[in-house]
Design a protein around this ligand. Structure first.
Ligand SMILES: [Fe+2]
Length: 194
């Protein structure tokens, strides 16, 4: 088992507009992921179990209520998975992206998100699927999954994202006849590093 992270301001993602009242606070029910250390979750189904576990206490993490921009904290990191809690204001969104070599599971803890997933059709072109994900709803995906997420409201949303292996890159795409990669972000311990 590698390290598990407690919620400190430095773990708030770089896209965050800093929020008041979050400095140094630790959520009242911190789970350090030890429960899952021996289970070694690897598949999307296992990651869903982890995500559902953390979703039950997602609202205990400080600094994520009433977000003014999409923001996140890394809430657990082991040698097998990494878990983030993400806060979404109304209108908060992340554009089309993949997750590098990571598989993942997302559980919506509160609010509703809409996922639009794009899949390359074997004969060319794209297949688009949009799905509302209500509180308690989830997504699971393997490497190569391309999607966007948006909170259409009416209120903020909170979601837990679990990745295995830990998220190291996200490539963003534009739509043309197909998907065109426009940039790649690199992450370490849940922080954007380049
Ligand atoms: Fe994603």
């Amino acid at each position: 088992m590698a390290l598990a992270l407690s919620p400190t301001p430095s773990q708030v993602g770089p896209h965050v507009t800093p929020l008041s009242g979050t400095t140094g606070a630790v959520g009242p029910r911190v789970d350090r992921g030890a429960r899952f250390g021996r289970r070694r979750p690897r598949t999307p189904v296992d990651l869903l179990v982890v995500a559902e576990h953390f979703a039950r206490t997602a609202d205990s993490w400080p600094g994520l209520a009433d977000p003014v921009a999409r923001c996140w904290r890394t809430i657990a990191a082991t040698d097998r998975f990494e878990a983030w809690v993400v806060a979404w204001p109304v209108g908060g969104a992340v554009e089309l992206h993949d997750h590098g070599a990571s598989a993942g599971a997302v559980v919506v803890a509160s609010g509703t998100l809409e996922e639009t997933a794009l899949r390359r059709r074997s004969g060319g072109g794209l297949v688009e699927t949009s799905t509302p994900v209500p509180p308690g709803g989830h997504l699971v995906f393997g490497p190569g999954h391309v999607h966007d997420l948006v909170n259409h409201g009416p209120g903020p949303a909170l979601s837990v994202h679990v990745y295995s292996p830990a998220l190291s890159t996200m490539t963003y795409f534009a739509r043309d006849d197909g998907l065109v990669a426009v940039r790649t972000e690199h992450y370490r311990d849940g922080l954007l590093v380049g």
